[in-house]
Structures are given as C-alpha cells and as structure tokens.
Write a protein that binds this ligand. Structure first.
Ligand SMILES: NC(=O)c1ccc[n+]([C@@H]2O[C@H](COP(=O)([O-])OP(=O)(O)OC[C@H]3O[C@@H](n4cnc5c(N)ncnc54)[C@H](O)[C@@H]3O)[C@@H](O)[C@H]2O)c1
Ligand SMILES: [Zn+2]
Ligand SMILES: [Zn+2]
Length: 366
C-alpha cells in the first residue's frame, strides 16, 4: 500500500510502498477515506514532539472497514467509520474510570514507542523493517486501529469530511464540553484560530455562549473565524491583543480563554485576559519542557484556573460528537478549506507550516 513516511532526515514526508497491514486480536483494518492535516503531526516533523522514526503520521481518520481481527464484535467489513486520535485501551486505571483521555497504555505504547498495545507495530517496509505508527498511522491507504476506537458513521454524514472529527472536533469537544465549564452568558476568547481553534469557536457557539473573541495573526483566518460564529476578532500582530480583548469583553476580561497554539506568549495572553474567577483552557501543545510564566498572586487572589485539555473520552464522546455533526449542530465541512491527494501530503504539511491553511486541510485517500 501507499503511505506517507516521516524518515526523520528532514521535516517532510516521503511517499513509499509499505506492506498492507494485518489486524491482530481486537483490532480493525480500515481502508482510509480521508485523513486530516493536524499541527501535532507538524510538531513531530519539526522534532518539537519526539517520536521514533521511520513513522507514518496522520491521526484524523475516516474510512471503511476492510477486515477485523479475532474477538472483534459489533464492527463488520464494509462499515463506514471514524476514529479518534486517542485510541483507548479500555482496561488501564484511567480507562476503567471513564477517563479515556488519560489512557496510560496509549501514552506508554503509542506516543512513546509508536506501537499498538502488544508492543509491536502493524507497519513494515517490504524488507520487513518496522515503521512506527503515530496513533493509527492514517496517512496511508490502510491503517489498523484498536476496536475500542472505531465509531460508526451514519449514511447521511459525508465520510471524508467526518475525518476531522477524529482530532480537531474531538479536541474542541473535550475542551468546550468537558473542561471549560461554560455557561450561556459566558464571554470567551479563542487564542489561535487554526484547525483546532476554528472548531473550538464552532463548539463554543453551539454551547450557547454570549461572546466569542477570536485571536490570530492572519486576517484571512479571522474572517473565516467570523464566518464560523466568532462575534469579534483581534489580530494580535496589529493590535495590543490583551487590551483589545478586555475592551471588547466590556472592560473586565473573559470567563474562559482557550489557547490553541502551544506557545509561551499565547499562553500568557490567555491568562492575562481572564476576568476574576476565569479559566484558561490550554489545548496547544508546546515543545516538551516549555514553561509558562504566571503571576502567582493574581492566580490566587482572583481565583483563576489553568486547565489542560487533551482530546476527549473516545467511547463516551465520539458517538455524541458524530450525532452533533449529523444534526448539523457543528459542521466539519465548514472548517475544511483544502483537499490534497496522498501523493500531495508533503505539500499539505509544507502549506500548514507556512501558515497557509485556513481552518483544516484533509488528505483524500480513497
Ligand atoms: N490538546 C489536544 O488534544 C490537541 C489536539 C490537536 C492539536 N493540538 C495542538 O493544538 C495546536 C494547534 O493545532 P492546529 O492543528 O489547530 O494548528 P494550525 O496550524 O491549524 O493553527 C495554528 C493557528 O495559530 C495561528 N497563529 C500563529 N501564531 C500566532 C500567534 N502568535 N497568535 C495567535 N495565533 C497565531 C495561525 O495563524 C493558525 O491559524 C498545536 O499545538 C497542536 O499540536 C492539541
Ligand atoms: Zn491532531
Ligand atoms: Zn487505557
């Protein structure tokens, strides 16, 4: 099968032929329909997030079931499905409490070693050498996913568009619905309106909040953010973003600020614009070891909260999320602005790196 491989030699992908993978016990083989282009893959390509090489990246996947391993029930060949980037093991101490966003097996095996949960990869070059998997390794014609992470897509939902539910919508849903504790009258800022930030804007509006202030460095992205429901926009390159957000919010700041980039300065901005009692929900992934500065006296006296948010709880939240898409409450299609073929995957990540992608790009694979 064809796959886009990160070899580690340069921050790009190369198209290779790999052996078509086989599902093991409890796993599902998926013929990939589409895979979203996420900045977390770009962090890996730029070595800002450590990962073994060679590897197939791509973790926003939809497709059709092409095979099932032993002991898989409830999923059949031909089913249309979507997968979330956190593939829960279902049995670790966090998963059994329903906290699948903390699955420690996923971290220990997949994020640290690039394998599935028996400690081996399903991907190999034709000479038999292993290729590691970032989540399911979705930038390929086929991928293998634990059955705990395979969710049915209704016939009336577009299969390619729903791919981005697997990370950007999933992450936005987790941040907005599980972590932010939004109330309808709340004022919200979204710092960085890229693929994830755009989805956060959509979901915050769907949650009914009064004001969503989008912040970015690109007027084109801010115009798109307005179309998705942002009530106000701030270009942090041309304006004093903190002062402007506080002014737009009526002088006191926002109840919740989402940080969707992963930098020290955008983290600081998200904290600086909080009203008393406000929550900063941090979604952007900074390079490992990065530290943010925060005024400890203000944190305490103004009762601020700093909340990390990583994905969502796959088996609890993916069915809800797919239902929200089906009902038109949120629309992945409105976030997708570019489509590439698998051969063009290297160009897609170059465009993302240059800041050229408004919303989300997807790789259409079959
Ligand atoms: N927590 C999670 O579960 C999770 C999931 C997916 C992605 N992420 C992380 O979220 C972050 C965003 O991912 P993405 O795919 O949306 O990236 P993206 O490249 O699509 O978007 C980044 C956005 O930031 C904007 N930007 C750049 N510099 C800025 C600045 N100084 N101030 C404000 N905006 C600025 C860009 O114009 C762009 O719109 C990444 O760090 C990614 O790794 C986290
Ligand atoms: Zn992602
Ligand atoms: Zn687990």
């Amino acid at each position: 099968m064809k796959a886009a491989v990160f070899t580690g030699d340069s921050p790009t992908l190369q198209i290779e032929e790999l052996t078509r993978p086989e599902p093991s016990r409890g796993e599902v083989l998926i013929q990939v329909a589409a895979c979203g282009v996420c900045h977390t893959d770009l962090h890996v390509l730029k070595s800002e997030v450590a990962f073994p090489v060679p590897a197939v990246l791509g973790h926003e996947v939809s497709g059709t079931v092409a095979g099932v391993g032993p002991d898989v029930t409830g999923v059949s060949v031909g089913d249309r499905v979507v997968c979330s980037f956190i593939m829960p093991c279902g049995t670790c101490r966090h998963c059994v409490r329903g906290h699948e966003d903390l699955c420690e097996t996923f971290f220990a095996y997949n994020r640290l070693k690039g394998t599935l949960y028996d400690g081996t990869t399903r991907l190999f070059r034709d000479d038999g050498s292993p290729v590691w998997m970032y989540s399911m390794g979705g930038l390929a014609e086929y991928c293998v996913v634990p059955a705990t992470d395979v969710f049915a897509v209704p016939d009336d939902v577009d299969l390619a568009d729903v791919s981005i539910v697997g990370c950007s919508s999933f992450t936005a849903y987790g941040a907005v619905s599980n972590v932010a504790g939004l109330g309808m009258g709340d004022k919200v800022a979204v710092v960085a309106a890229g693929g994830v930030g755009s989805s956060v804007i959509q979901f915050a509006r769907a949650a009914g909040v009064a004001q969503v202030i989008a912040v970015d460095v690109s007027d084109e992205k801010l115009a798109a953010a307005k179309a998705l429901g942002a009530t106000d926009v701030v270009n942090s390159l041309t304006e004093d973003a903190a002062a402007r957000i506080i002014e737009l919010s009526g002088g006191k700041g926002v109840d919740v600020a989402f940080e969707a980039l992963g930098r020290k300065d955008t983290f600081a901005l998200a904290v600086d614009v909080l009203d008393d009692g406000g929550r900063a929900v941090v979604v952007g992934i900074a390079p490992a070891g990065s530290r943010g500065d925060i005024d400890l006296a203000r944190l305490v006296r103004r009762k601020l909260s700093i909340l990390g948010s990583y994905g969502a709880r796959a088996r609890t939240d993916m069915p809800q999320l797919i239902n929200l898409v089906r009902q038109g409450v949120v629309s992945p299609k409105d976030v997708i602005t570019r489509r590439y073929s698998l051969d063009e995957a290297p160009e897609a990540y170059t465009a993302l790196s240059r800041g050229e992608i408004v919303g989300r790009a997807v790789i259409d694979i079959s």
